[in-house]
Design a protein around this ligand. Sequence first.
Ligand code: FES
Length: 157
Amino acid sequence: MRRRDMLKRLLQAGGAAVAAVLAIPALVLSLAPLRGQQRSIWRAVGSLEAFPIGGVQKAAVPLPHPDWAKTIIDQGVFVWRPTSTELVVYSRSCTDLGCPLTWDPGGEVFLCPCHGGIFAKDGARMAGPPKQPMHRYLTRIREGLIEIDLRSIPPEA
Ligand code: FES
């Protein structure tokens, strides 16, 4: 083998090694979202006994703000217990542009103050611009507490 060919092969091998080392961080970053989606984040909403059967009640789940250090925000939710064995926890954010919904106990509907969106008690869209029903959290009961999985609805909800 000529000296020039040997040098060429050494440079090619070195280039491939550098490319492989540089690709590792990109590979790790590209897999990070997949890992994150699989892990649930459970937070307590309150005691099951605090929410009467048949009613819809507002509650707040304190969360660290994702952008501002040492700041706690309240994630607004609605809790509905249709029967003694059923439980629904909705995000308070409208599925149109995220405005906070209010519960109208007289009409038994959720109202959006921004563009007139209306949702039924079961979260179904009734009127206005929203295209989707209300977001429902995955729920569980642990030691008498209602817990929701924060990752079970889209992050912007
Ligand atoms: S944000 Fe609720 S209807 Fe537009």
